[in-house]
Design a protein around this ligand. Structure first.
Ligand SMILES: [Zn+2]
Length: 674
C-alpha cells in the first residue's frame, strides 16, 4: 500500500523558484528552498517511521521523494547562483546551495536511512530499481555510513567545508573579471565587428575584459604578441591570488575525507563508483592517450614552427600565448581557410534554429517556443513534444550579462520523474549577440559548443522519464556524462546538415561547400595538440588529488607537468590552476572528457556517414542511451548500443585524419565520403 506523505502546504505549487519570486529577492528564494527542504524532511521522517516489512512503496518511494526535493532545491539554487540579475540573490543562492548540500551530506551519512534501504524487499523489482538500490547502498558505504557516530560527524563537517570551498572557488572565477587596456593599433587582426564593439575612449584607450567574447578573439586573431600576453595573464590570474589558498584547503579537505574512509587518495575514492573504477585505471587510460597523440602532436608542432620561422627566422620556440594565433595563421595559409570567413554564416539566431532542427530530426521530437516566464527576459523558453505529448521544457540563457556565470553549461532545473514532474533543463552560455543590432556572429568552434551543450540538454529531457528521480537524466556515472554532449558535436561535421541552416546573415547565401571542405580540413588540423592539452588538464586534475596535498607546490606542479606534455613555452605568472573551474565539479575526474570522447566517436561511427539523420540509429541511440538516464551502468549502455565495448579505433582515426592523405582526397571529392 502506498504510504501517504505529509507535505507542508503549497509544496505542489511553484516548482520554479523564480515563480515564487526567488529570482528577484533573496528572502523569496530562501522561503522557496525552505518549502522544498520541509518536503524533504516530511518524506524522510515518514520513511523512517515505517514499521513492519520494508517495501518499495513504503521505503524506496519515499526515499526517492527525499532525493527529488533535494535535487530540485539544489538545481534551482545552482541556476540562480549562475544567472540571477541581482547580486544579493546570487549571494543568497550560493548560501542556499550550501544549505541543500549540507542536507545532502547529512542524508548520505544517515545510518537509519541506509538500514531501511538495505532492508527493502527487492523480490520481483525491475533491473532499474535493483540498480538504483545497489548503487545507492554503495554510495552510502563510500560516504562512510558504517563508521561510528563521531567519525560520521567529522565526515559531515569535512563535506560541508569542501562544499563551501568549492562554491567560493567557482564564485571567484565567475566574478573575477579583469580588464586590460589596448590601443587601436594593438587590435590589428581583429574582425571589424569586434572593433566596432570596442571604441577607444577620449585618451585613445580601449578597454577589454577577460570574458570569453572579448578574450577568445584576442588570443586567436591579434597579431600583437604583447597584447596577447597581457590578455593571457589577465585571464589566467582572474581568480588569483584568492583561489590559491582556497584550492589548497579544498585539496587538503578532500584528502582528509579519503583518509578517514580508508582510501589512499581522493582520486581513488572519487573513481570507486565510476566506470573507471580506480585512479590506477585512469593512469592506464592516460598512457594510451599519450601514446595515441604523441607523434601527431609532434608533427603538428613541427609544421607550425617551420611556418613561423619563415616569417621570423631567429625564433626558437613559440610560447603558450601565441599558440591559438599561429594555429589560425597556419590554417589560413595551409588550408586557405580563414575562420573569420564562416562567421557571417553563423549568426546566433540561425545557429539556434539549426541546432534545434538537428536534434528534433535526430530524436523525432518537436520544439515549440513558449511564453512562460523564467528568471530573465533575455531567456527563451521551449516546450518539447513527442508525438503530440509534452515531454519537457528547456530554457536558453545564451548571452553574457553583468554578474552572470561566464562559462558554457547545461543545468538541470526540474529533475523529471515519470508521473510526477516533466523534466526541465537550461543552457547557460556566453555566445556573442543578444544585444540590439548585433547579429552575434559565431566562430565555428562556438557552433560546436552549442551542439555539445544541447547534447547535455537532450540527455536531461529525454532521460527525464524514469520511474525514480534518483535515476533521472544526468544520473549516470559521472564519467559517462560527456558522451551525449560530445556525440552531438560530431553532427557538425555533416555538410548537408550544416548547409540546412548556415546562411549568410546579410545575403542569405548558403555556406558554400568549398568553404565547408576547407573548414573541415583546417578543423582536423590541431586535434593531436587538442588531445595533448586535454591530457595536461586531465593529468593535472588527477595529480592534484592523488598525492599528499601538504607538500603540494601548485606553481611548480602545473609548470612541470605542462612542460612535460606541451611543446609551447610556459608563461611565467600563469596561475591557470586558480581558474580551472572543473576542479570543483570533476575534482580528480577531468579524464571524463577524453574517456567519453573515445566512446562518443565510436557511437557516432554507428550512424550512416552519408545521411546521419536518416535511418533508425538516432532513435536506437535515444532508446538505449539517452532515455535510460542512470537506469543502468554506463558499461551496459555502451554494450547495448555498440554490441561490444568501446574501441580506440574511431578515436585514433579521428585523431590522425589530418595526416590521412587518402581520407583527405576522399573528403575533397564531391561524394562527401568519409
Ligand atoms: Zn559537457
Amino acid at each position: 500500500m502506498p504510504v501517504e506523505i505529509v507535505y507542508p502546504p503549497h509544496v505542489t505549487a511553484d516548482i520554479h523558484a523564480w515563480e515564487a519570486g526567488g529570482a528577484a529577492s533573496a528572502e523569496a528564494l530562501t522561503a522557496w528552498v525552505d518549502i522544498r527542504l520541509a518536503a524533504h524532511d516530511a518524506a524522510l521522517s515518514t520513511m523512517l517511521s515505517v514499521t513492519g516489512p520494508r517495501t518499495l512503496e513504503n521505503t524506496l518511494r519515499l526515499y526517492d521523494v527525499v532525493i527529488e526535493q533535494l535535487t530540485m532545491a539544489g538545481s534551482q539554487a545552482g541556476v540562480l547562483n549562475s544567472v540571477a540579475a541581482d547580486k544579493a540573490v546570487r549571494d543568497q543562492a550560493q548560501l542556499e546551495s550550501q544549505r541543500v548540500s549540507m542536507a545532502g551530506s547529512a542524508l548520505s551519512l544517515n545510518r537509519a536511512v541506509y538500514e531501511a534501504l538495505a532492508a527493502v524487499d527487492l523480490e520481483g523489482a525491475s533491473p532499474a530499481t535493483q540498480h538504483f538500490v545497489s548503487r545507492t547502498l554503495l554510495s552510502y558505504r563510500l560516504a562512510g555510513v558504517d563508521k561510528d557516530q563521531a567519525t560520521r560527524d567529522r565526515l559531515q563537517k569535512l563535506h560541508e567545508e569542501a562544499t563551501r570551498l568549492s562554491l567560493e572557488f567557482s564564485r571567484n572565477i565567475q566574478e573575477g573579471a579583469k580588464t586590460i587596456l589596448a590601443t587601436q593599433e594593438e587590435l590589428n587582426g581583429l574582425p571589424p565587428d569586434y572593433l566596432g564593439r570596442h571604441q577607444p575612449d577620449a585618451d585613445g584607450q580601449i578597454t577589454l575584459t577577460t570574458d570569453q567574447p572579448d578574450m577568445q578573439p584576442v588570443m586567436t586573431f591579434a597579431s600583437n604578441g604583447d597584447l596577447r600576453q597581457r590578455m593571457f595573464l589577465a585571464y589566467n590570474t582572474r581568480a588569483y591570488p584568492a583561489n590559491r589558498q582556497i584550492l589548497l584547503d579544498l585539496l587538503a579537505t578532500r584528502q582528509e575525507i579519503a583518509t578517514v574512509l580508508g582510501f589512499r587518495s581522493w582520486a581513488d575514492l572519487a573513481t570507486a563508483d565510476q566506470m573507471m573504477g580506480s585512479a590506477a585505471n585512469v593512469r592506464t587510460f592516460l598512457a594510451k592517450l599519450d601514446e595515441a597523440s604523441r607523434d601527431g602532436a609532434r608533427r603538428e608542432h613541427e609544421l607550425i614552427l617551420e611556418f613561423v620561422r619563415k616569417q621570423d627566422s631567429g625564433l626558437e620556440a613559440i610560447d603558450i600565448t601565441s599558440r591559438a594565433y599561429w594555429y589560425e595563421q597556419f590554417r589560413r595559409s595551409a588550408f586557405d581557410f580563414d575562420s573569420q570567413s564562416v562567421r557571417p554564416y553563423f549568426p546566433y539566431a540561425t545557429v539556434e534554429v539549426g541546432v534545434l532542427q538537428t536534434a528534433a530530426k535526430l530524436f523525432r521530437i518537436e520544439f515549440h517556443r513558449s511564453a512562460v516566464p523564467s528568471w530573465d527576459p533575455a531567456v527563451s523558453v521551449f516546450e518539447v513534444f513527442d508525438h503530440g505529448h509534452r515531454v519537457g521544457r528547456f530554457y536558453l540563457d545564451m548571452h553574457p550579462r553583468e554578474g552572470k556565470d561566464k562559462w558554457f553549461s547545461a543545468a538541470p532545473v526540474v529533475t523529471g520523474v515519470r508521473g510526477r514532474y516533466l523534466p526541465e533543463a537550461a543552457l547557460i552560455c556566453n555566445f556573442p549577440g543578444g544585444v540590439e543590432g548585433d547579429p552575434g556572429l559565431l566562430q565555428y568552434n562556438d557552433v560546436v559548443t552549442f551542439f555539445h551543450e544541447f547534447g547535455h540538454l537532450m540527455h536531461g529531457i529525454l532521460g527525464g522519464h524514469t520511474e525514480w528521480a534518483g535515476l533521472s537524466g544526468f544520473a549516470t556515472e559521472g564519467d559517462f556524462i560527456e558522451v551525449p554532449s560530445q556525440m552531438l558535436e560530431e553532427f557538425f561535421r555533416d555538410e548537408k546538415l550544416l548547409q540546412s541552416f548556415a546562411k549568410h546573415y546579410q545575403t542569405g547565401e548558403t555556406l558554400p561547400a568549398e568553404i565547408i571542405r576547407k573548414m573541415k580540413l583546417a578543423g582536423a588540423f590541431g586535434r593531436a595538440d587538442w588531445v595533448r592539452s586535454q591530457l595536461y588538464y586531465t593529468t593535472l586534475s588527477l595529480d592534484l588529488h592523488d598525492q599528499d596535498p601538504a607538500s603540494l607546490e601548485l606553481d611548480a606542479i602545473t609548470e612541470k607537468l605542462y612542460t612535460s606534455l606541451q611543446p609551447w613555452t610556459w608563461m611565467e605568472g600563469n596561475r591557470m590552476y586558480a581558474s580551472f573551474g572543473h576542479l570543483t565539479g570533476y575534482s580528480s575526474n577531468y579524464y571524463t572528457y577524453a574517456f567519453d570522447k573515445v566512446i562518443a566517436l565510436d557511437f557516432y561511427n554507428q550512424f550512416n556517414p552519408l545521411n546521419p539523420l536518416g535511418g533508425d540509429t538516432g532513435m536506437r541511440y535515444r532508446k538505449t542511451v539517452l532515455e535510460q538516464g542512470g537506469s543502468k551502468p554506463g558499461r551496459e549502455m555502451v554494450r547495448e548500443f555498440l554490441g561490444r565495448d568501446e574501441q580506440f579505433s574511431a578515436f585514433s582515426k579521428w585523431l590522425n585524419e589530418e595526416f590521412d592523405q587518402e581520407l583527405l582526397a576522399a573528403r575533397t571529392s564531391d561524394q562527401g565520403l568519409r
